[in-house]
Design a protein around this ligand. Structure first.
Ligand code: NAD
Length: 481
């Protein structure tokens, strides 16, 4: 008999306990060899005053088992609570989020019969750093972080996943026509790493048209790799167009840990009604079984689940008169899957997972030579009420010491010198200072400049050094510059 694998289970909030109960019943009936440790996360923990929604003892269990089957939780709105999902993903280094989105035509109503795609979403970076500032009375800002190692890992994971699962094509989506540096890096690394995977077809799309195509023609995609925020949005679009967000399972994977869940949330609107579809979490648990080397049990459950769907035994949100045969609640759906363990679907494609887990082991990150870094200027943010010319007049006397004021921008648009009178300005401004005649600048020049601004009562909010790397500017020009 297979040795039992320790896993950590959390029942979550809303419909979480009901769908977890269903999933665990099916896992047990199918003969999954699991040694389950339960932890409490989410609403009850937040209400005990733990702002992260997870207690120390729960981390200890996760570190022990390294495998987490997690039901959805309810994130309290506002009030300094941090999203538990984001905290767990980032703390455990779960850099990849994998969401297969499959149509089950003709058994589940969908406009896209042949849809079978996988979203590979970067899980740790981008705007999900949650690094935000109020910069002035009028302006809030969020910092978008895209790193080369973070991108290299997710892109390589997408190509390796394609190879391991017999997929043919990887599509990257970014908005690098606008975010030339952050999204530009993601696209560039995609091209660089992609060059090592000539056997896999590859292309890039701008995210807006890409998301539209996922909604209207999802069957043109195979694997899609995206930065975090776009991945979040596109994976919900893709899950929804399969027929129901309730059908999607999701895997979060890092070097040492795996977390398995449903794509959907805690659905408080239907909690306690006994009607939730447990399929998303169940399919998440199938991915978990493959991950821990119990592929035979995963095969048994996945085929029985497909047979149940094929037999028209459907929960309310996918039930359609004339297509479905029997409308069931969570409990009866669970019983129907258990009854079909050992059976195979006759029309939907049968699955057959390898018994042993091969996993995806990524090679070390590419070695890179250090680039020559030269400081060429500084951007200083400050609050001011008035016109760009009035601001420039106040700042100019402070600009000595071989520096020059090259630009004032507002919300990224150049407003001085020669700004357009039509441009709307907020109370938050960015001033760009560079060394005279392209000279490099020293930290001491910046400190002295800040001191002169301070003496002139021009209170700055931030200062960001501008560098060139191997002679290439590491900052964008302002719009209109
Ligand atoms: P949701 O996914 O919970 O629900 C969206 C809609 O889909 C609702 O109408 C719901 O009834 C329906 N639905 C979802 N799952 C279903 C299922 N299994 N069976 C039948 N119908 C289902 O999204 P939401 O309402 O935006 O979010 C609710 C809460 O869940 C929020 O607090 C949110 O923060 C949280 N959330 C948690 C996770 C997670 O834990 N991984 C993910 C997303 C949202």
């Amino acid at each position: 008999m297979t040795q039992k694998t320790p896993i950590t289970v959390a029942r979550g909030d809303g419909i979480g306990p009901a769908i977890m109960d269903a999933t665990l019943q099916i896992l047990e009936a199918a003969g999954a060899q699991l040694d389950i440790e339960e932890i409490e996360i989410g609403k009850a923990v937040y209400e005990r005053g733990v702002p992260s929604g997870i207690e120390e003892s729960a981390w200890a269990s996760l570190r022990r088992t390294k495998v987490f089957l997690k039901a959805p939780i309810t994130t309290p709105q506002g009030g300094g609570f941090k999203s538990l999902n984001v905290t767990v993903r980032k703390t455990l280094g779960l850099f990849a989020n994998v969401r297969p989105c499959v149509a089950y035509h003709p058994f589940v109503e969908t406009n896209h019969q042949n849809m079978d795609l996988v979203i590979v979403r970067e899980n740790e970076e981008d705007l999900y750093g949650g690094i935000e500032y109020r910069q002035s009375q009028e302006v809030m800002a969020s910092l978008k972080i895209i790193s080369r190692p973070g991108t290299e890992r997710i892109v390589r994971y997408a190509f390796e996943y394609a190879r391991a699962n017999g997929r043919k094509k990887v599509t990257c989506m970014t908005k690098d026509n606008i975010m030339k540096m952050s999204d530009g890096l993601f696209h560039k690394v995609f091209d660089e790493i992609g060059a090592e995977y000539k056997d896999i077809e590859q292309d890039h799309m701008i995210i807006d048209i890409g998301a539209a195509k996922v909604a209207a023609h999802p069957d043109m995609f195979d694997i899609i790799v995206l930065p975090n925020l776009y991945g979040d949005i596109v994976s919900d679009i893709a899950a929804e167009v399969t027929g129901s967000v309730g059908l999607g399972g999701s895997l979060n994977i890092g070097a040492d840990f795996g977390m398995f869940e449903a794509v959907h949330g805690s659905a408080p609107d239907i909690a306690g009604e006994g009607i939730a579809n447990p399929s998303g979490l169940l399919l998440g648990s199938v991915m978990m079984l493959v991950h821990i080397g119990q592929g035979d049990v995963a095969t048994k459950i996945h085929n029985a689940w497909k047979k149940t769907i094929e037999d028209g035994i459907h929960t309310g949100e996918i039930f359609r008169e004339g297509v479905s045969k029997q409308k069931v609640g969570t409990e009866d759906f669970t019983k129907a899957v258990i009854e079909r363990l050992g059976q195979k679907p006759s029309q939907l494609e049968e699955v057959n997972y390898a018994t042993e887990s091969k996993g995806i082991i990524l090679p070390p990150l590419k070695e890179r030579e250090d680039e020559k870094k030269e400081r060429v200027g500084v951007d200083i943010g400050l609050n001011f009420t008035g016109t760009p010319d009035e601001l420039a007049a106040k700042i100019k006397p402070c600009v000595t010491d071989n520096l020059e004021l090259s630009l004032i921008s507002n919300r990224g648009v150049k407003v001085w010198p020669n700004g357009a009178p039509e441009t709307f300005c907020t109370d938050n401004w960015r001033l760009r200072f560079i060394g005279k005649d392209g000279a490099h600048i020293k930290t001491s020049q910046v400190v002295a400049l800040l001191s002169r601004l301070n003496e002139a009562h021009m209170n700055f909010t931030n200062a960001l050094m501008l560098h060139k790397f191997n002679g290439v500017e590491g900052f964008t020009k302002a719009q209109g510059e």
